[in-house]
Design a protein around this ligand. Sequence first.
Ligand SMILES: C[S@@+](CC[C@H](N)C(=O)[O-])C[C@H]1O[C@@H](n2cnc3c(N)ncnc32)[C@H](O)[C@@H]1O
Length: 246
Amino acid sequence: MDSIPANRRLWNQISSAYQHEHDPQIGATPRLWGMYSIPDAHLHALGDVTGKRVLELGCGAGQWSRALAAEGATVVGLDLSEAQLAAAADAMGAARYPLVQGAAEQLPFAADSFDLVFCDFGGLSWAPPHLAVPQAARVLTRGGRLVFNVASPWFEVCYDEAASRVTTTLQKDYFGLNSIAEDDGATSYQLTYGDWVKVLRGAGLIIDDLIEPRPDLGTPNGYNETDPPDWAHRWPAELLWVTHKP
Ligand SMILES: C[S@@+](CC[C@H](N)C(=O)[O-])C[C@H]1O[C@@H](n2cnc3c(N)ncnc32)[C@H](O)[C@@H]1O
């Protein structure tokens, strides 16, 4: 299924409201992961990027990319939405980096171009993983790393669509998790743990770690309501995969 046109349309429509609501949190300080803005300094997922060639898949307004560029990485920010890229261009700091319009499932880069490909709820949440993961692996150099954060299957199967909140009740089947219908015909993606492992290994990647970010008690979720409020302190809301190309 080709979700590129509808996903591009959705993100162009919601970009301005999304940045108004979330940029104050996700852009507050560099390197914050996910819905709970957990610092990378606590999770140690990305490591030192100085001098590395880095691609962010679905960079949005570039909160991550501009931080890594300022640290001395050679960063490319890729996104499907021209409105999101315009927000990234507006927010670019002194450390400038190129922005590219493109889709994670059809990367417009030569093989072996990057030492690190990463995203935080970006292209690997919004492109079919069986297409986007092999593309990421293709553009990585040997030894290069693919690191990405997505919602966990727990979070997805406990999400009550009618109440718009995450619950303690299983709401949908776990087996068969794949595409998730979003507003206005857009699609996001989620896999079971087993399917993520198959897709990553099938693309020739080695899995080094699966970090399950755990917010401290009382940390607000900037995106979703959860019932109980400390849901993500008790169950994993996100999966942060750390992999490399051998
Ligand atoms: C939730 S934002 C993630 C960006 C940033 N980390 C953030 O938290 O705001 C999702 C981003 O993925 C982009 N996107 C959607 N589909 C995509 C695709 N197929 N390829 C690349 N980027 C895509 C959207 O335009 C949007 O900027």
